[in-house]
Design a binder for this molecule. Structure first.
Ligand SMILES: *Cc1c(COP(=O)(O)O)cnc(C)c1O
Length: 465
């Protein structure tokens, strides 16, 4: 108890010059809360028989707590998971052009719904309408919050209280509770499933068509692959069926890249242009998957259908803000110059990065990691790895990559989790991937310009507990 009386009071601590300075920057409330928390911790430790900290140590602990709590929640991280489009890490990193456009739109008034030619009211979709039509061959386009919203809105607009026919092989679930049957139900649409999990024939669709049918929907199996004894009906054929019956044919494409990925040595992924050319009346896709832009849902297709969708009151609930449109416009403009695309569009640059280049980077960083992990009883090597595209895009394809692999020496598998925690605790958290008793740091997504910062902060990793 004696010891406890040696602890300084809250007011005494708050008058310390270091904390006064912090209060100017961060506000008195935060500092006072940190003082109380550290004093409580000191009292608890004294009661348990530990000593009472010196005042200067107490002040240092308070300052550290304040700095920790003043950090933004949304922090930059090093994505060394090997998944390029990682939904939990914000999917596509935006190109500089998009960042610049967003900063302009954030800082100033901008012509979001204003036609500077006529001085009249404009439509926010017009910011990207022409670009999207040019890139997809569609007549018109509209933008909403994400592709889930796009699918929901188009179903609700065109098929409310009516039937929508979908193949059983396409009743997908995308991570984060997007399930086609649930979305349909919430959109007020009756799902008519046809075919089987692996095979759906043209006659399955013809038999299901009725006077209650409002749409034929094709959902791209983006995050899985049905292989082996399979059959799906060709888009051109589905479009012809739908049109013969006077209903629209709609494709939910998911990723929706606007370029032919095979030209870049990547696996094939269907494009909105192909779906439109095959006769789709509407195509929906994400802005932040392979397209490499901001989170958005893009619907392109026939003019009168897009006009109907825009008139749905739910469009107002699902529309995007100026920052999204600024970034999307800048990204779409990059697609007009395919020669430069792989250098300028961050997502494509990362996906097309040569394994040799990544390997060279891993070899540069290897000695740094070996040194900081010298006391950890682990082996640290440079190895060939394989990256994933992510976000349900091209799920079975892997990209040859390289990185640093850490394995415990002996049977201490707990050490990897301890190390993983420490890496997450760095000023810019480093996120790797643990599997098969190894921690892998895939370097595909680390820019050369970030290497130095990455290496320097590793010095704070410390020794194992
Ligand atoms: C990813 C995906 C969605 C959901 O798109 P978000 O932009 O994540 O909302 C819907 N359908 C398919 C086929 C997808 O791949």
């Amino acid at each position: 108890m004696n010891q406890l009386s040696q602890l300084p009071s809250v007011d005494r601590l708050l008058s310390e010059s270091r904390l006064v300075e912090l209060a100017v920057n961060h506000g008195r409330t935060l500092i006072t809360a940190a003082v109380r928390a550290e004093l409580a911790a000191a009292r608890a430790s004294a009661k348990d028989g530990g000593g009472v900290p010196e005042t200067h140590a107490l002040i240092a602990a308070i300052a550290e707590r304040v700095e920790r709590e003043a950090q933004p929640k949304l922090r930059r991280v090093f994505n060394l998971t090997g998944t390029v489009l990682h939904t939990n890490l914000g999917r596509a990193a935006l190109p500089e052009e998009a960042v610049t456009a967003m900063v302009m739109a954030a800082r100033s008034a901008c012509a979001l719904e204003y036609d500077v030619e006529t001085g009249g009211r404009g439509d926010r979709d017009d910011v990207v309408n022409e670009l999207l039509c040019g890139l997809t061959g569609a007549e018109s386009a509209t933008i909403v919050n994400n592709n889930a919203a796009a699918v929901f809105l188009l179903l609700n607009t065109l098929a409310l209280r009516k039937e929508v026919i979908v193949s059983r092989g396409e009743l997908i679930e995308i991570g984060g509770a997007f399930r086609i049957p649930d979305i349909m139900q919430r959109a007020g649409v009756k799902l008519i499933e046809v075919g089987t999990t692996n095979r759906t024939h043209a006659k399955d669709f013809t038999e299901a068509l009725s006077s209650r049918t409002a749409m034929l929907l094709k959902v791209h199996a983006s995050n899985y692959a049905v292989q082996g004894f399979t059959k799906a009906v060709d888009e051109t054929e589905l479009a012809a069926f739908a049109h013969g019956h006077g209903v629209p044919f709609v494709v939910d494409l998911g990723s929706g890249t606007l370029t032919n990925l095979e030209e870049w040595g990547l696996p094939h992924e269907p494009t909105p242009r192909q779906a439109i050319a095959a006769g789709a009346d509407l195509v929906s896709f994400s802005g932040d998957k392979l397209l490499g832009g901001p989170q958005a849902g893009i619907i392109v297709g026939r003019r009168e259908l897009i006009a109907k969708i825009k008139k749905n009151p739910l469009k107002r609930c699902l529309r995007v803000g100026k920052l999204t449109l600024a970034a999307l416009e800048a990204v779409l403009r990059l697609y007009r110059n395919p020669q430069q695309l792989a250098q300028r569009l961050t997502t494509l640059r990362l996906l097309t990065r040569a394994a040799d280049d990544i390997r060279a980077q891993a070899e540069r960083l290897l000695p740094v990691l070996q040194e900081v992990l010298a006391t950890w009883q682990v082996s640290v090597t440079c190895e060939a790895l394989s990256s994933q595209i992510g976000s349900g895009s091209l799920p079975v394809d892997r990209l040859p990559s390289a990185g640093i692999v850490v394995r415990p020496r002996g049977k201490r598998s707990g050490i990897l989790h301890a190390l993983e925690r420490r890496l997450r605790g760095l000023p810019v958290p480093v996120l790797g991937h643990i599997a098969d008793a190894a921690l892998r740091l895939d370097l595909r997504c680390m820019a050369e310009a970030e290497e130095h910062e990455f290496a320097v902060q590793l010095a704070r990793l410390g020794s194992p507990e």
